[in-house]
Design a protein around this ligand. Structure first.
Ligand code: COA
Length: 169
């Protein structure tokens, strides 16, 4: 049974994320979409709990996809879930620089946790984002919505009213 983790901050989930999740779900027996804290992002639109509900709702149509949240390191979540495979999407070259650093950091740190009888090398696999979504980012979605523009076509339809409600309140 091959399980992969698709981690992210998903604030909010976009069609770009969904594209990666759908494709990963065809490649692995199980995909855990894990909402984590990105320490570089100081403020958020949706709380962790709100994001769990939002993602669980949108992803309920995929039999082999589950949603989790974790306030800790990705490699620890991976260990606790008995998998060492991380999936990330790449949109363009600037993504690559950060993603490579993160992948190598996670690999190096996971290697420090090796024991005599068990290794646990956390491997990151990259999927190229489908070109129609490569310009989308959660920041862009939040910004358009904050000026009252509809973000239909940027995020799954179910999420549009949730984002609009956030900015109305
Ligand atoms: N198509 C379109 N857009 C995409 C995309 C795709 N396929 N994949 C990602 N994006 C966008 C997102 O919308 C998001 O936009 P934003 O920067 O405007 O918010 C951006 O790319 C990346 O966001 P996302 O993938 O949701 O999360 P992230 O990069 O913030 O996730 C974590 C980083 C959470 C995985 C990382 O910080 C982490 O692992 N944290 C846990 C602590 C830890 O282990 N730290 C050590 C890391 S080495």
């Amino acid at each position: 049974m091959r399980t992969a983790i698709y981690p992210g901050s998903f604030d909010p989930l976009t069609l770009g994320h969904l594209d990666i999740i759908e494709r990963a779900s065809k490649m692995f027996d199980k995909v855990i979409v894990c909402i984590l804290i990105n320490s570089g992002k100081k403020t958020s639109l949706f709380s962790l709990d709100e994001r769990v509900i939002m993602l669980s709702d949108v992803l309920s149509k995929y039999d082999n996809v589950t949603v989790a949240s974790y306030k800790g390191l990705l490699i620890d979540f991976a260990r606790e879930n008995d998998t060492n495979i991380i999936i990330r999407g790449l949109r363009e070259v600037t993504d690559f620089a950060c993603e490579l650093q993160m992948a190598q950091g996670n690999l190096a740190m996971s290697r420090t946790l090796r024991t005599e009888d068990k290794d646990f090398d956390v491997e990151t696999l990259f999927l190229a984002t489908s070109p129609e979504y490569s310009f989308i980012s959660s920041t862009m979605v939040r910004e358009f919505a904050s000026y009252g523009r509809s973000v239909k076509g940027f995020v799954p339809d179910e999420i549009v009213p949730l984002i609009e409600a956030k900015f109305r309140s």
